[in-house]
Design a protein around this ligand. Structure first.
Ligand code: PLP
Ligand code: ZN
Length: 408
């Protein structure tokens, strides 16, 4: 059964065939996957979904492949954790962590988008995949393309964290570090993508790739018992994830799987790279690009491709946005670890730091359900914590030394 009709321009609505295209040739708007929702509605029930494997392909009719899924067969369906200790620490009644720090196989939410992108790239007949990445996408493309036996070229800014470089190299891709920031890497890759016949997951495969992010929204609703929460806080880099969580909830509601959501969506960024948050605070309709300077490197995109759609997601749901300093990011990483036992990367520190701020400001009421999207794993960004988490107690291997050092 085929549920995808083709691609459609987000701006002018022009229809395109199912091909590795991403931009409208008439208005330069981004293309989006166009589904046959009538057909999906007949097929996709709660029971059907629940009878399937615990991975993102349980929603396969809402994902843009025509055949069977071939990649990311264990990706997605990450835990949604009721965070009792954090509720107490923040003074709220009902708080959940959507924990993609344990996504399979590469420990970030990017495993979802790559699962879809590689399945689609294979349908298109590509043998080489590539990406421009702030780190996590590099890890996931390298890992999943290795399994798929695809040739893989990865482009990242040269100043990336060691954990993200190592966590890419281990899968033996061709890793290219570019002396520049992500926005420069991305511009270079757009040029390469027009010249070489590769599937650039976040460039020419982007319309398909981005759909993988909807599964975060589906899972949150399903795991809450087929119900949308009142508030969701989402970290933003290019602004795709936040847009797609919103789309996912709207689709679930249109298909009758949940009631019409009353969810407010909040954008979270680091103060050192907050073009989306700034536009929301200033009530601007365009995004002013910035030059990133933050420890949250995975979110360091100064010119976000989906920025205006991120603004729309926030405004249409009557949410808001906040940013946090590098110090606040570190404090939030530590808070999540000591309350819930979850070690997140800098992006997770941004999200939780922003959640805390919005609660303190009264923007998020203390008695309504809140979901905080934790999107990556702390073992990859260890340098952010160096010198900030204390030291172990060093002793000699005898009881006297133990008692001498521990007593005090
Ligand atoms: C890529 C990324 C995001 C944000 O993704 P966008 O869709 O580009 O906004 C959030 N968190 C982490 C850890 C990421 O790697
Ligand atoms: Zn168009």
């Amino acid at each position: 059964m085929i549920y995808v009709k083709g691609l459609k321009c987000r701006e002018c609505g022009r229809i395109y065939p199912k091909e590795p295209l991403y931009v409208c040739e008439y208005c330069f708007g981004p293309l989006e996957v166009d589904y046959d929702y009538e057909k999906i509605k007949k097929k996709l029930t709660k029971e059907t979904i629940q009878s399937r494997g615990r991975n993102l392909w349980r929603y396969k009719e809402l994902l843009p492949i025509d055949g069977e899924a071939t990649d990311g067969l264990n990706s997605g369906f990450t835990p949604l954790i009721r965070a009792k200790n954090l509720e107490k620490a923040l003074g709220v009644r009902e708080l959940y962590i959507k924990d993609d720090s344990v996504n399979h196989p590469s420990l970030s939410f990017k495993d979802r988008v790559v699962a879809v992108a590689l399945s689609k790239a294979k349908e298109f007949g590509f043998h080489t995949v590539a990406c421009a990445s702030t780190g996590n996408l590099a890890n996931s493309v390298a890992a999943q393309a290795a399994v798929a036996g695809l040739k893989r070229y990865i482009f990242v800014p040269a100043d990336l964290e060691r954990g993200k470089i190592l966590g890419t190299l281990i899968y033996k891709p061709i890793l290219v570090t570019v002396e520049g920031n992500y926005d420069q890497v991305n511009r270079l890759c757009s040029e390469i993508a027009t010249k070489y016949k590769w599937a650039f997951v976040n460039i020419n495969i982007r319309p398909y790739y981005a759909e993988g992010s909807k599964t975060v929204g589906y899972e949150i609703a399903e795991q809450l018992g087929w119900k949308a929460p009142r508030h969701i806080i989402v970290p933003c880099a290019g602004g795709s994830l936040i847009t797609k969580i919103y789309k996912g909830l709207k689709e679930f509601s249109a298909l009758g799987l949940i009631d019409k959501p009353e969810t407010k969506i909040y954008a979270a960024q680091a103060t050192g790279c907050a073009p989306i948050v700034t536009a929301i605070k200033e009530n601007a309709t365009i995004i002013k690009p910035v030059k990133p300077d933050t420890i949250a490197k995975s979110l360091a995109i100064g010119n976000p491709a989906d920025g205006v759609y991120a603004l729309a997601a926030v405004r249409e749901t009557r949410g808001w946005a906040e940013d946090v300093s590098d110090n606040e990011i570190v404090e939030a990483i530590k808070l999540l670890a000591r309350t819930e036992g979850i070690f997140t990367e800098t992006a997770g520190g941004v999200t939780l730091g922003v959640a805390k701020k919005l609660i303190e400001q009264g923007k998020i009421p203390r008695d309504e359900s809140v979901v905080v999207c934790i999107t990556g794993n702390g073992l990859k960004t260890q340098e952010a914590l160096l010198g900030k988490i204390g030291n172990p107690i060093k002793i000699k291997p005898n009881i006297a030394s133990f008692e001498e050092n521990i007593r005090q």
